[in-house]
Ligand binder design. Structure first.
Ligand code: G3I
Length: 483
């Protein structure tokens, strides 16, 4: 298996385990049992797929159908996701191990499972240098290789025509410096093989969106720019290209700052974009601080997608840390997925749910013991707030749910609150956060500006503290004090 050499090794940070503040501890008692040593139990939110549908996006996962016999795996798969991609089952070595001898068992299982949960089916992948049988790798005659590539696309894309919504037609065609990877297809057929594969796939599966997919193209860099220029050229040449996938196999703390801007520049070309293989790895055993950082990273990735109109959603590359490609390839690393090996949700699960604006399951809000805040002021009574903190020795994560309890919709909102002495904002999500003296301010993000009467919005932030971890007070939204 090929590691990703251009992704730097991330040194392990060690931080003490967090100590839950009172409100969060109460919430934890009502949530599923935490089995891992480094993360507390997470609240249960409405399914990701339901929250995502409010944004017009889908949440996907890479399925290995042999794991469906595991109750925890299947239950998460059925509850959370509305897009399924085969982790391995639709690749060349799985579908056509010998020339013209096709094997559909696992691929059909993936398609059937997607249908059974009313999920989109995403095809991965038709033309790729890896997991490619030796009999293809050894072809040196262009006429023969062209025929073999066409036959493979016809058979695989054709079999699932009408079922697969989008195909990764060509996967990982670039080297890190933006030059073409010297796969057998590149060496024998030249640059034109990409356009040929796309054109053939359109014939075989006329209704499927056709994508190019790669890793380390998440930032604006030489590799993503090579992809960008190719997509622009393909469009100019009338070649069918509908979408670009950004794998996003990331390292904790290293979500590229240009991620959203990069997605947007592709969208501006007129193609859809998708986060196709998200996982965020770290050194193991994972520290509580790294799991919190990972949660913030997952949140940032989902928010970047939601901020780009043509982003169709996010696919995580697996479900749980017990079944992930990461430890096999990156020695000493893992913990890259939102569920742990016992299928207990990690902080990343909650972060994704909150980024999607998910309600707590049953609509009870993220903190079952909301902290009342002082009321008063002329417009009293148009908002309520539930505020909780999960603290460790020097910092905490604050989670805030604000509900519009008034009769009128909010088209924008701004929350202000008084921070207890010694608390200092570090970073926030799902809003624009700032601190001036002891006043904390959060203004809506573009995607959660609109809050109808009765609806809630969830936001969060990290702060340092000097011993006082009580929740902020004097909360007001749009000038109206909250109850
Ligand atoms: O199927 C054989 C099995 O017969 C054999 O007994 C076993 C012994 O190790 O190996 C099995 O094959 C493994 C296969 O996964 C199926 O489990 C391969 O060794 C292993 O290399 C392969 O790894 C996959 C990897 O792609 C191959 O490149 C990972 O599961 C899969 O998650 C990973 O996915 C790729 C995407 O397709 C493209 N982007 C990067 C991503 C991560 O590398």
């Amino acid at each position: 298996m090929r590691p990703h050499p251009e992704i730097d090794f991330q040194p392990r940070r060690t931080r003490p385990l967090p100590v839950l503040a009172t409100a969060a501890a109460a919430a934890a008692l009502l949530a599923p049992l935490a089995l891992g040593p480094a993360h507390a139990a997470e609240p249960v939110y409405e399914p990701w797929r339901d929250a995502a549908s409010d944004h017009g996006v889908t949440m996907g996962f890479a399925l290995s159908p042999q794991h469906l016999s595991i109750d925890g795996y299947r239950q998460v798969a059925e509850r959370e996701f509305d897009l399924v991609v085969a982790e391995n089952a639709m690749k060349w070595d799985a579908t056509e191990p010998s020339r013209g001898a096709f094997s559909w068992g696992q691929a059909d299982q993936v398609a059937a499972f997607a249908e059974s949960i009313d999920a989109d089916l995403y095809g991965h992948t038709l033309v790729w240098h890896s997991q490619l049988p030796g009999w293809v790798e050894s072809i040196s005659d262009p006429v023969e290789l062209r025929t073999v590539m066409h036959d493979h696309i016809d058979a695989v894309a054709g079999r699932y025509a009408g079922q697969v919504d989008a195909w990764d037609v060509v996967n990982e065609l670039w080297e890190g410096d933006g030059s073409r990877r010297q796969s057998v297809f590149q060496r024998v057929l030249g640059d034109g093989y990409v356009a040929e594969a796309l054109t053939r796939a359109r014939q075989a599966a006329p209704d499927a969106d056709l994508c190019l997919n790669d890793y380390s193209t998440d930032a604006i860099n030489a590799k993503s720019t090579a992809m960008y220029e190719l997509v622009a050229d393909l469009i100019d040449d009338g070649v069918p290209i509908d979408c670009v996938g950004f794998q996003s196999h990331l390292i904790v703390g290293q979500v590229p700052s240009s991620f959203q801007q990069n997605l947007q520049r592709f969208a501006d070309l007129g193609v859809d974009v998708r986060i196709t293989e998200l996982d965020i790895r770290m050194n193991v055993p994972a520290s509580a601080a790294d799991l919190q950082r990972q949660a913030a990273d997952y949140r940032a990735v989902v928010e970047a997608c939601l901020a780009v109109d043509r982003c169709t959603g996010v696919t995580v590359w697996g479900i749980d840390d017990g079944h992930s490609w990461v430890p096999d390839v990156f020695s000493g690393q893992g913990a890259a997925l939102p569920w742990d090996a016992q299928y207990q949700p990690k902080p990343a699960y909650s972060a994704v749910a909150e980024a999607l604006g998910a309600e707590l399951d049953g609509g009870s809000g993220p903190d079952p013991t909301p902290t009342p805040t002082p009321t008063g002021g002329p417009d009293e009574g148009t908002c309520s707030v539930a505020w909780s903190v999960a603290a460790w020795d020097s910092g905490y994560t604050g989670t805030v749910s604000v509900t519009n309890t008034g009769p009128d919709p909010w088209s924008s909102w701004q929350l202000v609150a008084a921070l207890p002495a010694g608390q200092q904002l570090q970073q926030g999500w799902s809003a624009q956060w700032s601190q001036s003296g002891g006043t904390l301010t959060a203004s809506n993000a573009a995607w959660n500006a609109s809050v109808p009467p009765g609806a809630s919005v969830q936001v969060g932030y990290n702060a340092t503290h000097a011993g006082d971890t009580t929740v902020p007070t004097d909360v007001a939204v749009n000038g109206s004090a909250c109850t």
